[in-house]
Design a protein around this ligand. Structure first.
Ligand SMILES: Cc1cc2nc3c(=O)[nH]c(=O)nc-3n(C[C@H](O)[C@H](O)[C@H](O)COP(=O)(O)OP(=O)(O)OC[C@H]3O[C@@H](n4cnc5c(N)ncnc54)[C@H](O)[C@@H]3O)c2cc1C
Length: 434
């Protein structure tokens, strides 16, 4: 049985490993170093393009739960991460060279993975496409042929998304402008002093350096909040932070108002309206937490402005990551609309298991909706709202059956439910391939 995996990044490496340990002969195609992406620096498999942090290792967070789920499923990326760990407090950070070398060795040790260094421009049967946010142009054209041009995004100019739970409701309140229509927006009001402090930090915050190739195309249609702010102290107050039509309970008026819009049906996630940004991730946390009500905001997705090729997957992919009308072709990684190193690897893990199952004529797997991986599988296949790449988050899983007020206990309950449901799922599917 021969399987092909296109792209030797986080998702592709994990997928190739999962296929190989289940008995498939795997050709893993990686175009670097023959052809480089604008962001990767070397030729290593599973190169981390930016930070060396794989985020929290605390099991009582969504990121920690995702890691524990990956451990239960036998992830090679997670194993390599622990074998190359460097001290970073509660985060799982790695020595990036060692991390890549450990994964290459694990692939080679299977005896079934051949790494082929060339750009692939065609998608055949029994293939996983894991070409990432910097998919080569020729492969992007091939994907467009299969999926339709309207399904492929090339740039991402997105505002941060935070959890509803982390918003301080003593300061933020629901209201409709002029009291008309439903009170759909959560409003974070600011007085003059709060606004000026926020403004000052916003215009002076550290930005991500954009590559020249991105600048022109991005900025014409979509202005980052910090650039708009630079036009003058009132520019954003007359723009996305316009306070007009919003009054407090006692009729008080505000100097500026940041509005949060629901991202999902459960009141779980909110985006900061008009806050597409190019600030570095830690700067987004520091500066946006100055907004009253967002002091403890938990970011599930940072704002970004960069090249990011991804599919509008709902309707095109099934929850097992295969193409609906071509079940022998799977997609994995950031290109499916998951976001983050570990989320990409986790989707590669599921796509690898599932292609192996499909080649054997067996049923594919969609993990329980209570798990972080299972909820991402459903997000990718079925999200009905404004589809954008998404991190693992408990807010994507169904609400808990009993209400828990204490936030850390609530997270623990989400985590325990996810891991217990995954353990049961694995137990029930042992005879198959998990
Ligand atoms: C600039 C940038 C910074 C990011 N920073 C972070 C961060 O700090 N933390 C985080 O969690 N996430 C970050 N991400 C998001 C995401 O987690 C990473 O992009 C992650 O590497 C995605 O994994 P992947 O396997 O989908 O893609 P990749 O890891 O990019 O792997 C795809 C591979 O496919 C290869 N390829 C592409 N086209 C072809 C082709 N036609 N034929 C053969 N090979 C091909 C590429 O060379 C690449 O090696 C960042 C993304 C970008 C673009």
């Amino acid at each position: 049985m021969l399987a092909r995996v296109i792209g030797g990044g986080l998702a592709g490496a994990e997928a190739a490993y999962q296929l190989a340990i289940r008995g498939a002969e795997v050709e893993l195609y990686e175009m670097r170093p023959v052809k480089q992406t604008p962001v990767h620096k070397g030729a290593g498999i599973a190169e981390l393009v930016c930070s060396n942090s794989l985020k929290s290792a605390d099991v009582n967070t969504a990121q920690g739960t995702l890691k524990e789920e990956m451990r239960l499923l036998g992830s090679v990326v997670l194993r390599a991460a622990y074998e190359s760990r460097v001290p970073a407090g509660g985060a799982l950070a790695v020595d990036r060279e060692l991390f890549s070398a450990k994964i290459e060795k694990a692939l080679s040790d299977t005896g079934r993975v051949t790494v082929i260094r060339r750009e692939v421009t065609r998608i055949d049967e029994n293939t996983i496409v894991a070409t990432g946010p910097l998919t080569s142009d020729k492969m992007a054209s091939e994907i467009e042929k299969k999926a339709g041009a309207e399904r492929l995004y090339f740039f991402d100019a997105a505002a941060p998304i935070i959890t509803g739970d982390s918003v301080n409701r003593e300061k933020a309140f629901f209201a409709a402008r002029y009291g008309k229509g439903d009170s759909d927006y959560l409003n974070c009001p600011m007085n003059k002093e709060e606004y000026l402090r926020f403004y000052d930090e916003l215009v002076n915050a550290r930005k991500v350096i954009l590559k020249d190739f991105e600048k022109g195309e991005l900025f014409e249609g979509c202005m980052p909040i910090e650039e708009m702010a630079r036009r003058g102290a009132d520019a954003i107050r007359f723009g996305p932070l316009r306070p007009v039509g919003i009054k407090g309970k006692d009729g008080e008026k505000y100097y500026a108002v940041v509005q949060l819009r629901k991202e999902d049906a459960y009141d779980g996630l909110y985006n900061l309206v008009g806050f597409q940004t190019n600030l570095a991730f830690p700067e987004q946390e520091r500066v946006f937490r100055l907004i009253p009500g967002l002091e403890n905001a938990e970011f599930v997705r940072y704002g970004v402005m960069h090249r990011n090729t991804y599919l509008r997957s709902p309707g095109f992919l099934s929850a097992d990551f295969s193409v609906k009308n071509a079940p022998g072709v799977f997609f994995a990684g950031q290109i499916t609309g998951v976001e983050g190193y570990m989320e990409s690897a986790a989707s590669g893990l599921i796509a690898g298991i599932n292609l192996s199952e499909r080649m054997k004529g067996a049923e594919t797997h969609v993990l329980p909706e209570t798990t972080t991986i299972g909820s991402l599988q459903r997000y990718v296949a079925g999200y009905a709202g404004n589809f954008q790449p998404m991190h693992a988050s408990f807010a994507l899983t169904p609400p808990l059956e009993t209400k828990i007020k204490d936030k850390s206990l609530k997270k623990r309950a989400y985590s325990e439910r996810a891991l217990s449901d995954l353990e049961k799922y694995i137990e029930n599917n042992k005879g198959v391939s998990l």
